[in-house]
Ligand binder design. Structure first.
Ligand code: HEC
Length: 161
């Protein structure tokens, strides 16, 4: 009698286990699929200015009385008088403000990590030219500073002269 009961219990247990394993844990296959819509197209920002911008910027930079007069032919300025543009943190990291400074002068642009004897006077009245010359100095004299676009400076207001 005891043996029979044992067998009955064992069989019930076996069927129970068999039932559980056949029903649970099945994978549908959907989980293995990758979502192709998640792969987005990367929009590349141009890392260098156009040849036209560089040419226009160089012409402006080298015009007597403009940038070259103070920042010198090598962009290194004059110590304690005119800042070095090579590796300038302000130029490289605050491109929009650099364009603003070329348009409106440095007196209003709060870039005062170093005190210079006189502020930089306004240089140009055209945003297109200011963007070109900043792109030129961003990519000259050893600088490899990327670009600033017309769109970046769309909110900059040119002071009336
Ligand atoms: C009359 C001299 C003079 C001329 C011309 C001039 N600058 Fe400047 N520039 C300065 C002075 C002075 C400063 C520092 C101003 C300050 O911090 O208040 C300066 C600062 C700058 C800076 C910020 C650098 C830094 O690290 O602070 C940039 C960029 C710059 N000039 C670009 C130009 C460009 C481009 C031109 C030509 C379109 C130009 N400058 C023409 C005198 C001049």
């Amino acid at each position: 009698m005891k043996t029979r009961n044992f067998i009955a219990l064992t069989m019930a247990g076996f069927f129970g286990l068999a039932l559980m394993t056949s029903c649970g844990g099945g994978k549908t296959g959907d989980q293995a699929k990758t979502d192709s819509t998640a792969v987005k197209e990367q929009v590349a920002t141009p890392a260098v200015p156009t040849a036209e911008q560089m040419e226009m910027g160089k012409k402006i930079y080298e015009t007597p009385g403009k940038c070259i007069t103070c920042h010198q032919a090598n962009g290194q300025g004059v110590p304690n008088v005119f800042p070095n543009l090579v590796g300038s943190k302000f130029l490289l990291e605050q491109k929009v403000l650099a364009v603003t400074q070329v348009l409106n002068g440095s007196a209003k642009v709060g870039n005062k990590t170093v005190k210079y004897p006189a502020p930089m006077p306004p240089q140009l009245a055209s945003k297109e030219e200011a963007v070109a010359v900043i792109n030129y100095v961003l990519n000259s004299f050893g600088n490899n500073g990327g670009v600033v676009t017309m769109d970046d400076v769309k909110d900059v207001v040119v002071d009336p002269r």
